[in-house]
Design a protein around this ligand. Structure first.
Ligand SMILES: Cc1ncc(COP(=O)(O)O)c(C=O)c1O
Length: 385
């Protein structure tokens, strides 16, 4: 039984200068942007300190083998996925990778499917890639949220050129099942469309779920898919800027290696060094984080029952983001606004994830149980009033 990771104390977290800890005044508990509240894994801290001491802060060399090889070994160990390191190219971050891949596989004005409720930059990235978002919302049933494959097929048939898949899905925490992904691959293949699979949350797949890398879902998936991933979400390295573009067949591989070299040059060397340490030596730390998130997602069930009775929530299958429907409490379309104003807890507003987010808020549970409990106690003062 792995001991859950402890979070850093609140007074130390408040000395951080990142977005999570500077956006709001100190009387607000921040459980919004996707940063986590743990100390870095020791292996990462050591690798970064060593790099800083030797002034190793120049350009990451193009075709640097460190990240591709570490990721291939990580993917084999954690997902049973055999990745060819020569089919991995790095870039600055996942969203830059998404923008550049979209630019490479579409023409200006092409429609690209997005599946709300979804990570808000999936709507915004089109301003960079010159494409247009076409919304095919997820479907909700008793088991959770799933892709609307019929709606996706209709959109492809009507000319959409690609889909931005969120696998696992932010904000619902859905780990799409292998059959759904295989069918998506076949549908995209039939219509000559691309599947851009953002797998940044996959290292945080939680007990009970099995992550299927999209590129492995079906033979067609390798032909139509390009995956984007990073160590940055699991290991809290967003500021270090290193992400991976992964392919599993010659066609998509040519697309990725056809992207201008400048895109690869924007990879940060500190991101490479930290990411390599994380992927190669971070398994024990990652397991402890997963144990913490597993405990927190269930703690949130009881905290909501106690402090916001009526709120609806399905624990995530992956990641540290919880998607909560506060609409039965009558707090309006944007409960996060009321919660921020009157309970001094910052959550992500549901409507920013698209129309199905009306009445919802996203809670970041990548923290310690104490902070999560205080946040829900504060929210409880609203239910009581
Ligand atoms: C699904 C998803 N993709 C991408 C990102 C951002 O990744 P990056 O900072 O590497 O662009 C996030 C951040 O929360 C995310 O949730």
């Amino acid at each position: 039984m792995t001991t859950p990771l402890d979070a850093l104390p609140l007074d130390l977290l408040r000395t951080r200068t990142s977005s999570k800890w500077t956006r709001y005044p100190d009387d607000v508990l921040p459980l919004f942007v996707a940063e986590t509240d743990f100390a870095l894994a020791e292996t990462i801290e050591t690798a970064l300190l060593d790099a800083v001491r030797r002034g190793d802060t120049g350009y990451a060399p193009p075709r640097d083998a460190r990240i591709p090889e570490a990721f291939a070994a990580f993917a084999a160990r954690r997902f049973g996925w055999s990745v060819d390191p020569s089919r991995i190219r790095t870039t600055c971050d996942v969203m830059m990778g998404v923008a550049e891949v979209l630019r490479a596989v579409t023409r200006p004005g092409d429609r690209v499917i997005v599946t709300p409720p979804v990570y808000p930059p999936f709507f915004d990235v089109h301003a960079e890639s010159g494409t247009v978002a076409e919304r095919v919302p997820l479907r909700r049933d008793d088991a959770g949220w799933r892709l609307d494959l019929e709606g996706i097929e209709r959109a492809f048939a009507a000319g959409a050129r690609a889909i931005l898949l969120c696998n696992p899905h932010n904000p619902t925490g859905t780990v799409h099942d292998a059959d759904t992904l295989a069918e998506l691959a076949r549908i995209a293949h039939r219509h000559g469309a691309w599947v851009i699979s953002d797998e940044i949350h996959s290292p945080l797949t939680l007990p009970g779920a099995t992550f299927t890398p999209f590129l492995t879902a079906a033979p067609e998936a390798a032909e139509v898919g390009i995956a984007l991933t990073s160590a940055s979400k699991a290991f809290n390295l967003a500021g270090l800027k290193c992400a991976l573009m992964v392919t599993a067949a010659d066609g998509p591989n040519r697309v990725v290696w056809g992207i201008p070299d400048e895109v690869e040059w924007r990879t940060s060397i500190l991101g490479v060094i930290a990411g390599q340490a994380a992927l190669a030596h971070g398994d024990a730390w990652l397991d402890a984080l997963i144990a913490r998130l597993d405990a927190n997602r269930h703690l949130l069930t009881s905290l909501l029952a106690e402090h916001a009775p009526g709120a609806r929530y399905l624990p995530p299958q992956a990641g540290f983001l919880a998607w909560v429907d506060f609409s039965p409490l009558g707090w309006g379309g944007d409960p996060a606004a009321r919660i921020l104003k009157d309970a001094r807890v910052a959550l992500n507003p549901g409507p920013s994830f698209g129309e199905p987010g009306h009445g919802y808020a996203r809670i970041n549970i990548g923290t310690g149980p104490e902070i999560l409990t205080s946040a829900l106690e504060r929210i409880g003062t609203l239910s009581a009033s």
